[in-house]
Every structure is written in C-alpha cells, then in structure tokens.
Design a binder for this molecule. Structure first.
Ligand code: EPU
Length: 426
C-alpha cells in the first residue's frame, strides 16, 4: 500500500516554526569523523532519511554511532579495516560520495560505488577524482566502482572549477583529504557555500589548519591528526527558505526561529521583490525572521548560481510561487540544467510554464487547482506541497518519501501552522 500526501489548499499559515540543522552541512561533517581519533558529539543533526543512510554507511565502515537526545549524534571510529561502500548504499543517496576524501585521507584506500546520475541531472564526480589524484591517489574505475589507494597524501594546488562552477561536495572531499596530507594544499575555485564553511569550521575545531574559509581560495596546512570534538551544525537555509515561501504564498504570517539570515540574503531579497514582507530580529538560538504573504505577487527574473546567489535548491519552491504571480517570470537554472521535472506536475495543477533549454518561462495564472501529482525528488516534492497549500481544492502527492530525505516532520510542522495536510495510506 502506498502512502500519499493530501493537501487541502486555501488555509493561510500562521504561527512559529523552528528551523532544524542543515542536512547538507550534517552529511560531510558526519563523514569527517572518519578522519578523527576519539569521540565527536554533533548537535542539531536533523532526523532525516539521508542522515540515516549515511549513519548506516558509517557503521559498516567501523564508526560507532549513537543518537543522543536533543538532536545530538555521537560518532567514534572503532575499526578502520573496511574501506568499501557498496552500490546498495551509495545508490540510495548521492551525497554519500562525501566519504571518499576521508577514507583516502585516513585509511589510504577506498572502494566506492560510482554514485551515478539522478533525476536532477547527470552529476559526474570528475572534480572529486581530480582532487584526490592531485593529492596523490591512484584511482581506477572497475565494475561500477572507483577503487583508489595512496601511499600518503601530499599537499598540492588544485583548481576545482567545472562547467557549472565549483563543486560543493567535491570541495568538501578535497578539504577533508588535505587536512592530513603532508604540506600545504591550495584549492582554487573552491565552493563558498555555508555548508562548506561549516565543515571547515568543524575541521579547524578538531585540529585542522584551514584558512580562506568562505572564499574561493582555501589553504589547508596538513596536520598529524584530528581529534573528536563537540560541534553544533548551522541551521538549514533551504528548509528556512521553503517555509518562507510556504508562508508567503498562502497569504499568511509566520515567524521562523533559528535561522541564519546572512545565509538567506538572496532568497529574502527575491521574496521581498515579489511582494512578501520580510523582517528580522535576533533570537536566543539564532535569528528570527517574520514573513507576511500577499494575495498577489510580482513576477521575478531569477538565476540560480553558486552561493551567495539564489540556490538551485530553492528553484522549485520559487517556481511554485511565481506560477501565481501577476505576470511572466523567468527562472534560469545554472547549476543543474535539467532540474525541471516538477514543471509538468505544476502544469497539471493549472500552472503555465514552458521550458526552453535551461530556462523556465512562467506565465502567472490566477489560481492553481488541486490535482494528483507525482514527486520526483526532494525539492520537487517541496514545490508540490507549496503549490498544494495555495491551490483550490485537494492535491494528492505520490512518492512523498522524497520529502523525508530533507524535511523533518514537514506535514506536522505545516499542520501546526494551520495547513490542512496529512500523509495517508492509499
Ligand atoms: N559537477 C561536475 N563535476 C563534479 C562535481 C559536480 O561537473 O565532479 C557539476 C554538477 O553536475 C553540477 C555542478 O557541478 O552541475 C554543481 O554540483 P555540486 O558538486 O556542487 O553538487 P553536489 O555537491 O553534488 C550539493 C548538494 C545539493 C545542491 C548542490 C548545489 C549535498 C549533499 N548536496 O550537491 O543539494 O543542489 O550542492 O548547491 O550537499 C538537495 O539538498 O536537494 C541537493 C540536491
């Protein structure tokens, strides 16, 4: 029996919602524990399917893992003999490639299934491999696996620019591998995303020597060893952006707690340009953001680009918002050029969106209407939930398990804000 999400549209959101720790920061930070001696305690780790998948991979790689209360994870390497991550595990989550750098950097060997593409694109790992080879790894591809070894990494100068700019997880991999290398590594065209910065801060606290954090040039001085530490993950900027748009599109008024506003500048600017009212205050556990919607939004021109620009992970949610704007919007996708599968589903709900190459031309319609739709990936699912919140009638979203990869208890938290949303067995 299949689960579906049922959303009854037309209920404005009101109230407060707390933003969880960042998925995309938590994953490489968890993987970085492979590099360490001793126990690490990582706070603010969300309860997500992707976190669970990586925990299973880490367990098989000899990492003792324990979930404590208050969203804290305790991780400690107890056995370094296994270096293999099989297809069954890696194919569940592409982000698990983040174990490549730590395994080669610490255990000097790796056998990892090729992650392959996914519904948002081809997703090569050539830049990750280039980085590992520059540090001194020998990597071959055999029967769907990357098999690598090294006699010990040596610092190098590495350019990580690819056809769509830098690589987030590739930068994380090279940074992690270089922390234990002999000598200095310079990464040029490094990704500057807050999640990469969070990993660098985590590694430095554990004894690494990384400078240039948050810039496109990272300098990593190799150290002898890293030790276990306590650390708190940054708030999830994509979860925050998703709630902002959900609040705005319903014409509601919501307060987000535990947000890092600096990480959301471009998203907030665009929301305000569209006609939502957004203001801020500092809270005890992080910033607060007040979002007030509107009953008519202005069209926008948006291009997804690396940080600090509009993240590709917010493209689908903006598309839902702009589908009911007063005019024609253009969204250009510069990170994953084929990340538009959700468009056909939005059109099924009455949107008028045309894809031309890497561009979506969105003619705003007066209203969306509830329909049966299919979620294809994590952010596409969020887009359909947002559309369902404002559509006339009832929307049924199939394959809702995609949501659980990146949003903890989304239906419950939206319901607490006044949405009519449930997960039911069909
Ligand atoms: N690319 C290459 N070669 C490589 C690596 C990447 O050509 O070796 C290309 C990609 O195909 C893409 C671009 O470079 O066109 C950027 O990819 P990147 O490597 O930066 O993406 P990623 O590290 O695989 C992370 C997030 C994604 C997010 C992107 C972009 C994690 C686990 N995933 O992926 O998050 O969209 O950065 O910001 O951190 C999501 O959370 O829904 C999600 C997909």
């Amino acid at each position: 029996m299949e689960k579906i999400i049922v959303v009854e549209g037309g209920h404005p959101l009101h109230g407060n919602v707390r933003i969880n720790g960042s998925k995309n920061a938590a994953l490489p930070i968890m993987a970085a524990c492979i590099l360490m001696k001793g126990k690490s305690r990582i706070r603010n780790v969300p309860h997500l399917a992707d976190v669970k998948t990586l925990l299973e991979i880490l367990k098989d790689l000899g990492v003792k893992t324990e979930r404590l209360k208050d969203d804290t994870l305790e991780l400690e390497v107890i056995d370094e003999s296994n270096v293999t991550a099989p297809y069954e595990q890696i194919s569940k989550m592409r982000g698990s490639i983040c174990i490549l750098g730590p395994l080669l950097g610490k255990r000097k060997r790796v056998k990892i299934a090729e992650p392959g593409g996914c519904v948002i694109g081809v997703r090569p790992v050539d830049l990750h491999i280039k980085g590992m080879e520059a540090l001194g790894a020998n990597i071959i591809k055999e029967e769907g696996y990357r098999i690598g070894s090294t006699n010990g990494f040596r610092g190098a100068e590495i350019y990580l620019g690819g056809p769509y700019g830098s690589t987030v997880t590739g930068t994380c991999n090279v940074m992690m591998a270089a922390t234990l290398a002999k000598g200095k590594t310079i990464v040029r065209c490094a990704a500057c995303e807050p999640e990469v910065q969070d990993l660098a801060n985590f590694l430095n606290k554990a004894g690494a020597k990384i400078s240039g954090i948050g810039t496109s040039e990272l300098v990593i001085e190799g150290v002898e060893e890293l030790h276990g530490i306590e650390y708190e993950i940054i708030p999830d900027r994509i979860e925050a952006g998703t709630f902002m748009i959900a609040g705005a599109i319903t014409g509601g008024e919501i307060t987000l707690e535990n947000v890092c506003l600096d990480h959301l500048t471009a998203v907030i600017e665009k929301l305000a340009e569209a006609g939502a009212s957004v203001s801020f205050a500092s809270g005890e556990t992080g910033g607060k953001c007040f979002v007030k919607g509107s009953d008519k939004f202005r069209p926008l021109t948006i291009t997804t680009l690396p940080y600090p620009d509009i993240p590709t992970d917010m493209q689908a949610q903006f598309l839902a918002l702009l589908s009911i704007a007063n005019g024609t919007s253009i969204i250009t996708e510069k990170i994953f050029p084929n990340r538009f599968i959700h468009v056909a589903e939005l059109n099924r709900m009455g949107a008028d969106i045309l894809i031309e190459g890497t561009r979506a031309i969105v003619k705003g319609v007066r209203k969306l209407s509830g329909a049966r739709v299919m979620a294809s990936d994590l952010r596409a699912s969020a887009c359909l939930v947002i559309a369902g919140l404002v559509a006339e009638g009832t929307t049924e979203i199939r394959r809702p398990y995609h949501l659980d990869r990146g949003y903890e208890k989304l239906e419950q938290r939206l319901s607490a804000l006044g949405a009519k949303i449930n997960r039911v067995t069909e």
